[in-house]
Design a protein around this ligand. Structure first.
Ligand SMILES: Cc1cc2nc3c(=O)[nH]c(=O)nc-3n(C[C@H](O)[C@H](O)[C@H](O)COP(=O)(O)O)c2cc1C
Length: 296
């Protein structure tokens, strides 16, 4: 493993390593205003949700690594502590990138990026009409993380009003994860897009207590076939199948065939059962996989 002492790197190198590793990051497209009423619109991927009660996001306009100057967004929220956080999806990504151009102070990036400003209901900065979700926020605090190039400034934005485009909602009025078509920032010029075909679910039942990987029989835990993901799935069950359930599976033709063909050959039997279990786990059939693993 390559091990790096952070203090031996220049700020630009630190930024490069960390932005590739700590990714993907959601994008906050922040609309702010100065006390003279000039609007500013800029994207920030040092951004996330940190609390739902109070509902609070944090994003960070950093001091420029190049010349240690501060961003207009930071200057604006110090003058007018309000911000609209517009969420960026695939349809918006090129105009969002364009809005990150370092235009002189006072330039309205809504106009530069060709986006539509709509008045907010509770605060002065306008919203981006094209954004699928628009969050009207008041700025609760601004925390400076230093005076050197690259130092962040945490803007704690408390969400007061949420606007959601109707066409990303499902039948229950909730956001459909596939329809919102989110994008996120990674290292360098890389972005990723959250499409229906790369979404997946990980079962995390709040009410049950998984047995844990440490409780798996050693032949399963040390399997040459099963992966770490598979062991995580197996450790997430609360209890193992009963002897009757295992016996019922063992007489199913596909399993019986493996058992009959491997009498006296423990290694082949284990390998074939593990391969079958892996196939089931990859399809999300965790309980059946358990029965296959225990029927040898
Ligand atoms: C997708 C994206 C994400 C960005 N994230 C950040 C960030 O988290 N922090 C930051 O300081 N600059 C970030 N930038 C660069 C700023 O958007 C850029 O410096 C912008 O000009 C700042 O505008 P302002 O001075 O008008 O506030 C990002 C740019 C893009 C395109």
């Amino acid at each position: 493993m390559k091990t790096i002492d952070i203090s031996a790197l220049k700020p630009a190198e630190i930024q490069n390593y960390l932005q590739y590793a700590i990714a993907p990051r959601p994008i906050c497209f922040a609309s702010t205003i100065d006390k003279a009423g000039n609007v500013n619109l800029s994207p920030f991927s040092f951004f996330n949700l940190f609390s739902s009660n109070p509902p609070l996001c944090v994003f960070s306009p950093a001091r420029r690594v190049r010349d240690n100057t501060t961003k207009h967004t930071l200057e604006n929220v110090l003058e007018v502590p309000e911000v609209v956080i517009n969420i960026v999806n695939y349809q918006l990504v090129q105009q969002t990138s364009l809005a990150s151009t370092e235009y002189p102070k006072g330039t309205d990036e809504f106009i530069k990026a060709g986006l539509t400003a709509v008045p907010s209901e509770t605060i002065r900065p306008p919203r981006v009409a094209e954004a699928p979700v628009q969050l009207e926020c008041t700025v609760r605090d601004v925390i400076s993380l230093g005076e050197n190039p690259g130092a962040g400034n945490l803007i704690l934005a408390e969400i007061k009003l949420m606007h959601i485009q109707e066409d990303i909602l499902d039948a229950d009025g909730r956001i459909d994860q596939a329809k919102i078509d989110l994008v996120a920032r990674l290292g360098g010029d890389w972005y990723c897009r959250v499409t229906a075909d790369n979404l997946f679910k990980v079962a995390k039942p709040l009410t049950t207590l998984g047995i844990g990987v440490d409780a798996l029989p050693s032949a399963i835990r040390n399997s040459k076939v099963l992966t770490g993901n598979n062991l995580g799935q197996l450790g997430n069950v609360e209890q193992l199948p009963t002897d009757e359930e295992i016996e019922a599976l063992a007489i199913q033709p596909e399993i019986k065939e493996i058992l009959d063909a491997t009498i006296g050959d423990e290694n082949t039997r284990t390998q074939q059962l593990h391969l079958k279990a892996k196939q089931l786990l990859d399809q999300g059939e965790v309980f059946t996989a358990w029965k296959v693993l225990l029927c040898g």
